[in-house]
Design a protein around this ligand. Structure first.
Ligand code: PMP
Length: 398
């Protein structure tokens, strides 16, 4: 048999999905499993989204369509950007894809040559590193500790940038930590970036999920001089309860949007018409549900933090966005759970799943093996029960 391409030796399946699959399998075997592992919100799209999809279906939307995105979707996104204070874009600045993950892959493919350096603040969303590996990029992980609230500092960024640095991959609010940068923190990073010629890929897919009234701030506003180098990414997955519909969006320089449209024309061709129409309806429709969503997530975040405060071995910076918490659990490494040693984050996650039926993701999937990620977007009863089991688990560690 002929061999696979050499680059496939660098590709690996998503570490988050491996745990999620294991949890699913245990559930199918009849075990009572609570999943804190995948980042899926526990609500469905609004009724007007389904209506738009049904109408598109009835109108024979199953033709080849625009690789940039149909006008209805592009215009809905432009209006949403404008409502959020980004009025500088036109259709030529926009491209769409099969989820933010696809947009990210296409972007790095379009912006970077093999061997170029990408800066990845760490903890990072797993896929960043996976795509970088697949494309043969040099990645420089910038470790941001729990003590610095998992946030990149301006001094750290300044020190990290080299002549080979081509892209900074910036994620705010963050998956996996739930951290949100303040306006001053963003401005400080922006001031550093103004002095260096690199692209800034800003993964903003959790921008509607910010709590405690701190607001969502963006480099494009604090440092408008960066306009020609910033690429914004958004997605319908988390905000509108539509992860499987697969629509991602980007806004940025025309040359970059055009590059993505060209890649689309050589790969996916277009977003399916029904899906595009549904996404447009979600983005153009009423947005007040976001307040309810944030209220619900704030309550859940508080419940998570109450539990964390009761576990002396854990240190967990308080998340202010998305729906993740990222407790540092390294204090229990080397200690015993019943007759078994917990050496590391993977042991911890496996043992927790096997003995308590709670699935979390080991921190190494995010470049940070001292921690675990808890996704708290599950049903409220599941959250309460899962947190109780987590507390019990810690209390059994000697
Ligand atoms: N960026 C981040 C930070 C994410 O957490 C995710 C999904 N987990 C994505 C991008 C990809 O989203 P999509 O479903 O639109 O591909």
């Amino acid at each position: 048999m002929p061999s696979l391409a050499e680059r496939m030796s660098r590709a690996k399946p998503s570490a988050i999905m491996i745990i999620a699959d294991k949890a699913k399998q245990l559930k199918n075997d009849g075990r009572d499993i609570i999943s804190f592992s995948v980042g899926v919100p526990n609500f469905l799209p609004a009724e007007h989204v389904y209506d738009a999809a049904r109408t598109a279906l009835a109108e024979d939307s199953g033709q080849y369509l625009s690789g940039r995105g149909e006008d209805i979707l592009v215009n809905a996104y432009l209006k949403r950007l404008e409502a959020n204070g980004f009025s500088e874009f036109t259709k030529a600045n926009i491209a769409t894809g099969i989820g933010a993950k696809h947009i990210l892959f296409s972007l790095l493919y379009a912006l970077m040559n093999e061997g170029d350096e990408i800066l990845i603040p760490t903890p990072f969303w797993t896929t960043y590193q996976d795509i970088a590996d697949l494309l043969g990029l040099e990645s420089q992980q910038l470790p941001c500790s729990a003590e610095q609230n998992y946030k990149l500092t301006a001094a750290q960024l300044e020190k990290a940038i080299t002549p080979k640095s081509k892209v900074l991959l910036f994620n705010n609010p963050s998956n996996p930590t739930g951290m949100v940068y303040s306006q001053a923190e963003i401005k400080a990073l922006g001031d550093v970036l103004e002095k260096h010629d690199l692209w800034i890929v800003s993964d903003d897919i959790y921008n509607r999920m910010v709590f405690d009234g701190i607001g969502f701030h963006h480099l494009l506003k604090t440092n408008p001089a960066l306009k020609d180098r910033i690429i914004m990414i958004d997605s319908i997955s988390k905000s509108y309860g539509m992860p499987g519909w697969r629509v991602g969006l980007m806004a940025g320089p025309e040359s970059v949007a055009d590059a993505l449209v060209t890649l689309n024309s050589n790969s996916i061709t277009n977003i399916p018409g029904v899906v595009g129409a549904a996404a447009a309806a979600a983005i153009a429709g009423p947005q007040n549900f976001a307040d309810d969503m944030c209220r619900e997530f704030t309550k859940k975040r508080d419940e998570v933090m109450e539990t964390m405060a009761q576990i002396p071995e854990v240190s967990c910076p308080k998340p202010q966005g998305a729906f993740y918490a990222f407790p540092d659990i390294s204090a229990v490494f080397g200690r015993m759970h019943h007759d078994q040693v917990i050496q590391n984050d993977v042991d911890f996650a496996e043992r927790l799943l096997e003995t308590k039926g709670v699935a979390v993701v080991p921190g190494r999937a995010f470049g940070t093996p001292n921690a675990i990620r808890i996704s708290y977007a599950c049903k409220p009863q599941e959250l309460t029960e899962g947190l109780k089991r987590l507390r019990d688990f810690f209390s059994e560690i000697n």
